[in-house]
Ligand binder design. Structure first.
Ligand code: PHE
Length: 346
């Protein structure tokens, strides 16, 4: 009997399982009523009484070992089943919830990629600026209305009466970035500056106190108004379609001379007249002009040698046209039901 017990001990400790069937086999073989161990307990009745003590202990030990091995094999089987479920390459994938780009980002990226194709770089600058970069270097007279508290969010003002170039404020346009580029680089300069700007305006369906702009600057020898026109025509046709026409109307900005507003033929009716273009056939898109010599000089660029053009546009309005959004506030509310509609647009 001792022999049999030792054989069973060896068999139990060497037993391994790959499936629940193997585990059941182990249970039937060793632990069930008709298994080997029960059989040995039956035989135990016939063992001579002087051997009973030693064999009894051995037999109990065998039974305990079989039970422990069974528990161990069962646990490890559950464990391997769990990991193999994780590694199951045939299992269908989880439906990942992909995000979508914000319509303002889509529009900004479109504008950037058009200008990048004709050699413009992208420059960025701080949103918290000083008066010098936002106004003074751009030829704004000290009493210019744009510096007024009604338009500009001031963070710290050194004097309430006169503007001071050290006043700290939120930039009202990204032309301030162009001042920084002109101060830091020598011509030729060909750059666009996308960014967020701030103006103290009442919030409505058509206006917001925070909005986005892309402004452009090109400075080199012999840059002319014709170059500006061609660049803008290229942009308009890439952005709004090959048939788009542009129109330049005289305008005024302190930092450009001459200055113009650019209109594009209405993207909705193609110029025939509709309620979007208020039956004029044209939509106002951007401001532009030749950089004022006083601006070049203020940024240490020789205005006898170099000329340049600049332009600037808001992103919200063209994006409203493109996506037929009729309330600008939707861009800032981040309502997921609004944003999800741009899921397929990259
Ligand atoms: N900075 C002007 C604005 O914010 C736009 C502009 C830029 C106009 C460059 C002319 C030239 O309205």
């Amino acid at each position: 009997m001792l022999d049999k017990i030792n054989k069973l001990i060896a068999e139990i400790s060497g037993f391994s399982v790959l499936s629940p069937d193997d585990l059941e086999l182990f249970r039937l073989k060793f632990l069930s009523k008709k298994g080997y161990i029960s059989e040995l307990f039956d035989d135990f009745r016939n063992v001579a009484s002087d051997e009973k003590k030693e064999l009894g202990q051995k037999l109990n030990q065998l039974k305990q070992q079989a039970q422990e091995r069974y528990n161990y094999l069962k646990d490890s089987l559950i464990q391997t089943q769990k990991t193999s479920r994780i590694n199951d390459i045939t299992r269908p994938a989880y439906p990942w919830n992909l995000g979508s780009r914000h319509p303002i980002s889509i529009m900004r990226n479109d504008i950037i990629s058009i200008f990048e194709r004709i050699g413009f770089t992208v420059s960025e600058g701080p949103e918290i600026e000083d008066d010098d970069h936002v106004f003074t270097k751009l030829n704004f007279a000290p009493e210019h209305p744009a510096r007024d508290m009604q338009d500009t969010f001031y963070i710290s003002r050194l004097s309430t009466e006169d503007s001071d170039p050290r006043d700290i404020l939120l930039r009202t346009h990204t032309s301030s970035v162009q001042v920084r580029v002109m101060q830091a680089q020598k011509p030729p300069i060909r750059t666009i500056s996308p960014g967020r700007v701030f103006r103290n305006e009442a919030i409505s369906a058509r206006a917001h106190c925070i909005f986005h702009q892309v402004e452009g600057l090109y400075i080199d020898e012999n840059v002319s108004f014709a170059d500006l026109r061609q660049t803008l025509l290229f942009f308009a046709r890439e952005m709004f379609g090959k048939k788009t026409e542009i129109r330049l109307r005289p305008s005024y900005f302190p930092f450009t001379e001459p200055s113009a507003e650019m209109d594009v033929s209405c993207t909705i009716c193609g110029g025939k007249g509709c309620n979007v273009c208020k039956y004029t056939g044209w939509l106002e898109v951007l401001g532009c002009g030749m950089v004022h010599p006083a601006v070049l000089e203020a940024c240490n660029i020789d205005s006898n040698k170099y000329t340049g053009f600049a332009f600037g546009m808001g992103i919200e309005r063209p994006a409203m046209l493109k996506y037929q959004v009729n309330d600008l506030r939707l861009y800032f509310e981040n309502d997921i039901r609004f944003l999800e509609q741009f899921r397929t647009a990259f």
